[in-house]
Design a protein around this ligand. Structure first.
Ligand code: C2E
Ligand code: CA
Ligand code: CA
Ligand code: CA
Length: 270
């Protein structure tokens, strides 16, 4: 009996702490306590800044600045991912509208959000409110969105492309049967996961995989971004392997809007 009660109380306090965090996150979204940081994306061969990826953070009243891995899963489980995604879209578009026209904005959208079938409307509203041309927006989705095997979702993504918004396949190479997914939808760009990039200098097989992927991307008319680039050696190899774009701490860390604005205007030389 005793043991049962302890177990029960443990579950109870875990559930109530989760419940509290959920309420706090709901409140944070409504009150604008979320923050966006922006990480530069550069174009090869000259490594000029051509885009910024919006990455969300949560300024928690007692726990400090929380990273996505501390609250995105909760947002997914509770449905808060939709208002969160809409908040990110709106605020990121407003920020991007201040940047020079050649600097694009990349926004991550969860498959659970896309399932709700309200994304196209939200994108049109966010672009309109910020007066940001659709050609300046990229929506990053993971392969999970294709695993749903839902024609309506693919139609929704295609509508974004028809508007002029680019659709990017994120974290390429980490999921299942990635190659067959490339047949299901025409992406504008793929992002090669950090996993491959991290070892590209040490392991010839990783370099070979990156070469094969960029070759495939090129023949399918897609750009290829290498993510998580940390060293000049990696950048050199990735460029030689045919990546068209790169992103990572080597070029710049995610940073608050004001600092990102300076990078968008002046490039990385400042
Ligand atoms: P992601 O979309 O793959 O974003 C890249 C992550 O890698 C970011 O982590 C970024 O800070 C980190 N990163 C960038 N360059 C380097 C590098 O050179 N080395 C290393 N070690 N890491 C690097 P972050 O900001 O913690 O975001 C983690 C994930 O959370 C993102 O992965 C994305 O899946 C998700 N996420 C972030 N913001 C949003 C959002 O607004 N909405 C949704 N749905 N998901 C988001
Ligand atoms: Ca991303
Ligand atoms: Ca990624
Ligand atoms: Ca990732």
């Amino acid at each position: 009996r005793n043991a049962f009660r302890v177990f029960d109380e443990g579950l109870d306090s875990e559930a109530s702490s989760r419940c509290r965090t959920e309420a706090e996150l709901r409140e944070a979204i409504a009150a604008g306590a979320l923050e966006l940081h922006f990480q530069p994306i550069v174009a090869f061969p000259d490594e000029s800044v051509c885009g910024m990826e919006a990455l969300v953070r949560w300024r928690h009243p007692s726990r400090g600045l929380l990273m996505p891995d501390q609250f995105i899963a909760l947002a997914e489980d509770t449905g808060l991912i939709v208002p969160l995604g809409e908040w990110v879209l709106r605020h990121a578009c407003f920020e991007a509208a201040r940047w020079p026209g050649h600097v694009r904005l990349a926004v991550n959208i969860s498959p659970n959000h896309i399932k709700k079938r309200t994304l196209v409307r939200s994108v049109i509203q966010a672009l309109g409110a910020a007066r940001l041309p659709p050609e300046r927006l990229e929506i990053e989705v993971t392969e999970t969105v294709l695993l749903l095997h839902d024609e309506a979702i693919l139609a929704e993504l295609q509508q974004l492309r028809d508007l002029g918004v680019a659709v990017v396949l994120d974290d390429f190479g980490t999921g299942y049967s990635s190659l067959s997914h490339l047949r299901m939808f025409t992406f504008d760009k793929i992002k090669i996961d950090r996993l491959f990039v991290a070892e590209v200098a040490e392991r010839p097989d990783c370099a070979a995989i990156v070469c094969a992927v960029t070759g495939l991307a090129r023949s399918l008319g897609m750009a290829a971004t290498a993510e998580g680039v940390e060293t000049a050696e990696q950048a050199r190899l990735l460029r030689a392997a045919g990546c068209t774009h790169a992103q990572g701490y080597l070029f710049g860390r995610p940073q608050p809007a004001a600092a990102a604005y300076d990078v968008a205007v002046s490039g990385l030389a400042v």
